[in-house]
Write a protein that binds this ligand. Sequence first.
Ligand SMILES: O=C(O)CCC(=O)C(=O)O
Ligand SMILES: [Fe+2]
Length: 169
Amino acid sequence: MAGPYLETGLTELSVQAIHGFRETEKSRWSEASRAILQRVQAAAFGPDQTLLSPVHVLDLEPRGYIKPHVDSIKFCGATIAGLSLLSPSVMRLVHTQQPGEWLELLLEPGSLYILRGSARYDFSHEILRDEESFFGERRIPRGRRISVICRSLPEGIGSGEPGQPPPAC
Ligand SMILES: O=C(O)CCC(=O)C(=O)O
Ligand SMILES: [Fe+2]
């Protein structure tokens, strides 16, 4: 089962964008995890933003990678915040209209990235496969990586779970 977050919102194409993975959508968290998710929420989202519930958890195997994509504007709002765990990895952002404009982020375990504004809409994002995993000259060997991804809802859409109180994240 793949989340409907990618550009097309079609499961088969989502599966093509992400290789070597499993994923889940999680709504029940321990108290300690909830405290962390609340810190993510406070850092990344404004008080006017409703978060998609449940939270997306992606488990990439060492050979797994994510091809360039822009998350679906149908299913995902203005902000995407990802907490990276276990292995470091490199996220590359490439401008969709001007491919010469790009940047790379080193995602250390325990780090949080926030895609919003131009980074959210005008740039694709990808996670480099092990063979290509360099940050500048520095080789970043890829192991198993888990990401916990919080997304805002597209504006004008209610909470992801009708009848539920707004999620922690
Ligand atoms: O694993 C990540 O941090 C990003 C995942 C992603 O781009 C997605 O699920 O749309
Ligand atoms: Fe994405």
